[in-house]
Design a protein around this ligand. Structure first.
Ligand code: PRX
Length: 630
């Protein structure tokens, strides 16, 4: 039955879904939060435990350096674990895990707290203190979650590096964060093969001066090099008496850092986005509860990687804060067969599945027969994140996976926002391809070049106009860059870097990045990083990278290179360059194509005009060439 009040194709919530939701009248909640922002977030925060109450919900006296729950004392891990172990949830499963080869491990809240405490004690015994940085570099295994929680428990700042990155990306992040400890797995299983994480880390560590200890988790059992005095086995340390089961929790100020996470920006190196214990905790707790309608009996699966923000907020912290049972799967969606995901949904009775459009498009290619072999009737809600979902993928997901019963939560947010910003709830009427409207308390807009609100359906800059608790606080050790990058284009507004339009019903349609960021299979890569990986090859003088539309990946990486004098331009060199980028940055950054050119379009100040390259590659006329040098 269509909702006549809205334009276009719509999907209205069924009575079955509406009976279940925490809040039926979502508009009312949006209205209340608009009238009383602090009151709304204060009520949400009161559902969690605080060692000491805050003085003020929002302190905006030093914009754009906002503070939330000032002088409140908490620790996110207390709310993720200790709070539940004092209730009947102590015996509830916190984590169910399946390895790519089919092994199963699970942890009750009691067990996850115990393992976290034991590992936190190990870290303390190695001299890790509040404020120290610890880098984690692993595949999707429980120890990654335990490692993150152990750091947070003792007030150390974790920095997770995605296991799909390689040498240079890891080295840069270790060095920039000045990490004292690296926690790494010996290797990771991916599509039946082993990724040698420890060997990659060894190479990165050669130039990372601050790392004192390396803790190695045995996952594959392959032989690895252990440097004496520096490298130690996780399981050996965990067997020592120092790994006691009680671990005093560090009382954290609401504004104390919880983690940094590197992400690609407009220029240069990746930026360390900083999140805190207090506001981030409230934001991830509240958004997950409402949007995925979390109830105690649920089994929830976010199929992202903990190495990205989706995993931080909605595999680790959000689900544990809500006391839910999370499922984590180590491997590839199609290994060994394209029914792997659907089989696991049936096997574990998953109620909520949260994934990315690229995964859906990838699985769609194998046809309906694979999901149709399985009973997917446990599913209640589906989710999407990372890039715009095209209506065909949305409808396939809705019809074939959700059997037309499960609403799709298309959540728009970023590493920087920490939590969902534009999102429906199951009680909201949906339009395929739109994330609907901002979460309560979040005010957004689409602005034109002059900073004026764009007209209905007019494309413009997507901005955020009110502070929100899970917002990034700064770029770690670079507050000026935080101000310049996010808060300088339009006064008083946070610049997302995305373009969007708002339709006649106030629904947002995100179009994509307007800066030099490419979203490849939902992963965020900077053109600058790909280019610097290319230029680090001895044959290359200059390089430019652009994203071009791709059916499954969303965007494919196309690059243009100028070779140094005397270098022969050959197919062999192209293959060598692609392998070189994969070695330096990781397989996800491997260019789909490399083209030899003699010059690159540049501005008079010497900046590469990627939009000119892109327009040319798409056979379009580039707009506005006034700044082009030649
Ligand atoms: O371009 C938007 C896109 O992903 C960017 C943020 O990337 P990252 O920080 O890696 O975080 C991804 C997971 C939260 C955004 O600027 N994006 C994210 N979600 C959506 C999206 N684009 C359209 N629709 C979405 N639902």
């Amino acid at each position: 039955m269509p909702d006549k009040s809205l334009s276009g194709e719509v999907f209205i919530p069924s009575d079955e879904v509406l009976r279940h939701v925490h809040v039926r009248d979502w508009d009312k909640l949006i209205g209340e939060a608009e009238k009383d922002l602090e009151g709304f977030w204060s009520r949400e925060a009161h559902e969690l435990h605080w060692f000491e109450h805050w003085d003020k919900v929002l302190d905006d006296s030093h914009k754009p350096f906002f503070k939330w729950f000032t002088n409140g004392k908490t620790n996110i891990v207390y709310n993720c674990l200790d709070r539940h172990t004092q209730t009947a949830r102590r015996n509830k499963l916190a984590l169910m895990w399946e390895g790519e080869k089919g092994e199963f491990r699970s942890f009750s809240y009691f067990a996850l707290k115990r393992e976290t405490c034991r590992f936190a004690n190990v870290l303390r015994s190695l001299g890790v203190q509040k404020g120290d940085r610890v880098t984690l570099y692993m595949g999707r295994i429980p120890e990654l979650m335990i490692g993150m929680l152990a750091c947070a428990r003792i007030g150390a700042i974790h920095s997770v590096v995605y296991g799909g990155f390689t040498v240079e990306a890891l080295h840069e992040r270790l060095e920039d964060s000045q990490s004292k400890v690296l926690i790494v797995a010996d290797g990771a299983y991916q599509r039946g093969k082993i990724v040698p994480l420890k060997a990659i880390a060894d190479e990165a560590l050669q130039r990372a001066a601050t790392v004192e200890s390396v803790l190695v988790v045995k996952r594959t059992g392959e032989a690895v090099n252990m440097e004496s005095g520096r490298d130690m086995w996780y399981h050996e340390l965990m067997a020592l008496p120092i790994a006691g089961m009680q671990c005093h929790i560090e009382v954290m100020d609401a504004e104390d850092p919880l983690f940094i996470l590197y992400t690609s920006g407009t220029t240069g190196k990746p930026k360390a986005i900083l999140h805190t214990h207090g506001g981030y905790m409230v934001g991830t707790y509240s958004t997950l509860k409402y949007v995925f309608d979390i109830h105690d009996e649920d089994r929830y699966w976010c199929a992202a990687d903990p190495g990205w923000i989706t995993g931080h907020s909605y595999i680790v912290y959000g689900p544990l804060l809500n006391g839910t049972t999370s499922f984590m799967y180590e491997g590839a969606p199609t290994y060994p067969y394209p029914n792997r995901w659907w089989q696991m949904i049936e096997k574990y009775g998953i109620n909520v599945l949260y994934t990315a459009p690229t995964a859906i498009r990838g699985l769609m290619r194998f046809g309906e027969a694979w999901p149709n072999r399985h009973d997917l009737s446990s599913l209640r809600i589906l989710g999407s994140v990372g890039e715009p979902i095209n209506p065909e993928a949305w409808k396939w997901y809705h019809r074939v996976i959700g059997k037309g019963r499960c609403p799709i939560m298309d959540t728009w947010w970023q590493t920087e926002t920490g939590m969902f910003m534009i999102t429906p709830t199951p009680a909201v009427t949906l339009k395929p391809g739109s994330g609907t409207r901002p979460f309560p308390g979040v005010k957004m807009d689409v602005l034109d070049e002059e900073g004026k609100p764009a007209g209905v359906n007019e494309e413009g800059f997507l901005v955020i106009k009110t502070p929100w608790p899970a917002m990034m606080r700064t770029i770690y050790r670079d507050p000026e860059r935080y101000k310049a990058q996010y808060w300088s284009k339009f006064p008083g507004a946070y610049l997302t870097g995305d373009s969007a339009r708002k339709d006649e019903d106030g629904y947002y349609w995100v179009i994509g990045r307007v800066d030099d960021v490419i979203k490849v299979s939902g992963y965020r890569l900077g053109t600058a990083e790909i280019e610097s990986a290319l230029v680090s090859h001895h044959a290359i003088a200059e390089a430019a990278a652009i994203g071009l539309p791709h059916d499954v990946k969303g965007n494919a990486i196309h690059t243009f290179v100028i070779v140094k004098a005397g270098v022969e331009k050959s197919e062999k060199l192209i293959e060598e360059l692609r392998a070189h980028v994969a070695h330096e940055m990781g397989p996800i950054a491997k260019p789909d194509s490399i083209q030899f050119v003699d010059s690159l379009p540049k501005t008079r100040s010497g900046k590469i005009m990627r939009r000119v390259l892109k327009a040319r590659a798409l056979g379009q006329e580039p707009k506005d060439l006034t700044t082009l040098e030649e």
